[in-house]
Structure formats: C-alpha cells, structure tokens
Design a protein around this ligand. Sequence first.
Ligand code: PEP
Length: 267
Amino acid sequence: MPGAASRTRWVLGNWKQNHLPEAAGNCARIVADGLAGAGAGAELRIGIAPPYLSIAAARPACRPASELWLFAQDVAAQDEGAFTGEVGPQMLAAAGCAGSIIGHSERRALFGDTDALVAAKLRATLDAGLHAVLCVGERLEARDAGEHESVVISQLSSAFAQIPPELVGPRLLLAYEPVWAIGTGRTATPEQAAAMHRCIRAWLGERYGDAGRDRSLLYGGSVKPDNAGALVAAGDVDGFLVGGASLQAPSLLAIAKATAPTQSPRP
Ligand code: PEP
C-alpha cells in the first residue's frame, strides 16, 4: 500500500469565468516558468483549469511543453450529440486537457448539476481515460447541524454508484470543498479539513480497498499562500483546488511551493 508519503500532491487552479484568452495564455506561461521553483515534479503536480474558450490559449504553456497540467472546469456526461452548449470528454482530450473538475459546488447550486448528473459526468470522464477531480462539500447549515460527514458521504455514495474498481486509480482525485469556505475568505481549520479527509479516505477504502484509500484528496475553500502550509501539514490533505488565489500566477506558485513535500513533510 503506497500510503501518505507517496501520494501525489496536487495544486490545481480553478479560474472560473475569468481570464480572456490573452490573459489566460500569459498567466499559464508565467506559471509554467515558475514550476521548478515551486517544486513541481513527480511528487507535486500543478495544474490550471481555464474557461473553455481560453483553453486553446493556455495549452502551449502546458504539457508536454512543460509540466503544467491542463484541466477543464466541467464536462458533459456524453461525448457527442444534440446537446446544445455541452463539451464532452473526447472534446476535452482533443483540446489538450488531461481531465476535468466535476461537481463543483457552483455547478451544483447554480446550474442544476444533480448528484445523478455528477455521477454520469464522473463515469464518462474516467471511461474516456481522463483525470477527474470530483468535488464534494457541505453547506453551512449542514456543518452547523453536525451533518457535514453524512452529507459528504451521501454525495460520495451517489457519485460512485456506477464506478467499478478498475476505474479507481491515479486518474481519480477528490476535492473536499465546504461550500461555506468557497470564495468567502473563511477557510476550514486544518483540523476540520483533515477530519473530513480522513472520513472520505475511510469511505473510499471501505468501498475500493487500498486503491480507494490511496487517492489524492485536495482541499478547496479560500486557500491562500499564507494558510496552505498549515492545511497540508495537518495530514491527509494532499493539495488544493484553488479559486481566487489562482488567478495571479505568483500566488498560485506560492501555494504550490507551500504544498511541496520538501516544505511540509508528512506528519
Ligand atoms: C473553488 O472555486 O474551487 C474555490 C476553492 O474557490 P476559492 O479558493 O476562491 O475559495
């Protein structure tokens, strides 16, 4: 069993609906130029998820030209057909994306991504050979009511209902993003993040054995250069999905540097 020390750490910037193509290309280039200084390599992967229309502009700075990973922010559950406005897994692969974020809370809350749709997107993405970053997380009411773990477990049960063991491997990442921490400046404490990650890891382990337990689990929610180190040092946090602080290359790189194993060895 690989265990904590060998789980790949990831820092992935979710640019949301920001960065027109020119800005996306520039930002991607600056991030790519700073990868070595931030400690990117086999143990720490750094990625960006530009808006669809800026993916082509960011692509030249990404793999294979550098070790910067290119992701999409969302993906359709089907590859092609009469689905106006949708972009499927094969299209993302053709555009150079290594994978996609799936089930971000903004998709769930604002665009009707139900648990069932998230499950279908996860299956389609993994079936296509892409990486999937599955987002889960509770709303503030659930946290206040002490129901945060049961909410997240219910999201996991639904998302993995159709995922066979052979699809659970290094291409599967999870991001715990408490809704109350996204874009609010209110970060989960390292203890809260680590406790939820232990819960998610236990659930994955129960269902998929070591293949589930060994997945990289990211935290997301108001991560900044000055709180990343403490979060990752709490253990069980294998990196970050970063929104606002990823829009500027220097702060994304600073978060990555704080996440690099040499900066914060496992407790
Ligand atoms: C996100 O959108 O996934 C996110 C974590 O945003 P922020 O870092 O701005 O809270």
